[in-house]
Design a protein around this ligand. Structure first.
Ligand code: SF4
Ligand code: MG
Length: 336
């Protein structure tokens, strides 16, 4: 059994003065050892919340897990105490964020920050941890790692800080790395370098990765599978090729249109999808995308579309897949 993580029917909500925000509304996915799953969607779609729940990083209250299971190596993490989770965080499961400054300690030398993780989780002596810290900085591509280990985060550039955060996250060789918009704050060239680095390290260390992003363009080369989330639901799921070349959901079509084409020399014009996502305090009873969808039919506002299988590992939630639906031309494939 090479399934590392199985998220089952996860529902997460937050209490607010205006009412309960249903941020994640029944999310399912599996991740194999060493594999990358990208979770893609606009901000507020529940992609970060669903991943933070794995690490139990959701403040509770106001957050609450209403339903579901998070099976990691055969055990439900939602049954774990805070103390048991403490042992897993940073060791078996690590996380990196968009802004390294939120997880790097500005008052501590970078080498020391890596050493702390190693001393806590791997029982290393100081000198073992020091050697390993320098080795990690070298592994993430920092020139002069001995010297860099003795510097503070503010002495690093943005890209270098992101590398340092990756070094900390991977120091204990975790089985799962959750990367939440890891390159969003960086310029395009550095973005590509960081993505390459993550892939290179994944190959070396066989780490599974959940890559969370609003940008489909980032995941094309790195993810094996893609889950597209909208309003707390996975509306399309498939292998990367299924999503890029055979997308079936109108929202995914919109996301694909907004991916800048690297093969086109002219200035890239992003096409945003018109409208805003629904209010998750009172989510619509039908398809959550109906208010923005060019293809919406009367049924779409009435009932939530069921899951339709496109192929073995590819499914979509859209009434267009129903037998009775009118035929439309799929703008991605050009077919009906
Ligand atoms: Fe559009 Fe209807 Fe499909 Fe929703 S179910 S995406 S509204 S066609
Ligand atoms: Mg987020």
């Amino acid at each position: 059994n090479d399934i590392l993580l199985h998220v089952k029917n996860l529902h997460v909500a937050f209490d607010t003065y205006a009412g309960e925000v249903k941020a994640v509304r029944g999310v399912d996915y599996e991740l194999k050892k060493g594999e990358t799953l990208a979770i893609v969607g606009e901000s507020g779609c529940g992609k970060s919340v669903s991943a933070q729940t794995i690490m139990q990083l959701i403040p509770m209250p106001p957050g609450k897990i209403k339903e579901g299971e998070i099976i990691f190596e055969g055990k439900n993490l939602l049954d774990y105490s805070d103390k048991e989770m403490e042992k897993i965080r940073g060791k078996d499961i690590s996380m990196i964020f968009q802004d390294p400054m939120t997880s790097l300690n500005p008052t501590m030398k970078v080498g020391k920050q890596i050493m702390e993780v190693l001393i806590k989780h791997q029982n290393m002596t100081k000198s073992e941890a020091h050697d390993r810290a320098v080795e990690m900085l070298k592994l993430v591509g920092l020139p002069n790692p001995e010297k860099r280990a003795k510097q503070f985060p503010h002495e690093y550039s943005g890209g270098m800080r992101q590398r340092a955060m990756i070094a900390i996250a991977l120091a204990c060789n975790p089985k799962l790395l959750i990367a939440d918009e890891p390159t969003t704050a960086l310029d395009v060239t550095i973005q590509a370098q960081i993505m390459d680095l993550m892939q290179e390290l994944q190959d070396k260390l066989n780490t599974a990765i959940i890559l969370i992003t609003h940008d489909l363009g980032v995941v094309a080369d790195s993810a094996k599978k893609i889950a597209v989330m909208y309003a707390g639901i996975i509306i399309e799921y498939g292998e990367t090729n299924d999503i890029f070349y055979n997308a079936q959901h109108p929202y995914t079509w919109g996301l694909l249109q907004s991916v800048p084409r690297l093969d086109v020399e002219t200035e890239v014009r992003l096409v945003p999808i018109d409208g805003t996502p629904p209010d998750l305090i009172a989510p619509p009873k039908g398809c959550p995308f109906a208010a923005r969808c060019d293809y919406a039919m009367p049924v779409c506002k009435e009932s939530m579309p069921e899951v339709s299988d496109v192929s073995d590992n590819h499914y979509v939630r859209c009434w267009l897949k129903h037998d009775m639906a009118p035929e439309v031309v799929n703008p991605v494939t050009g077919r009906r």
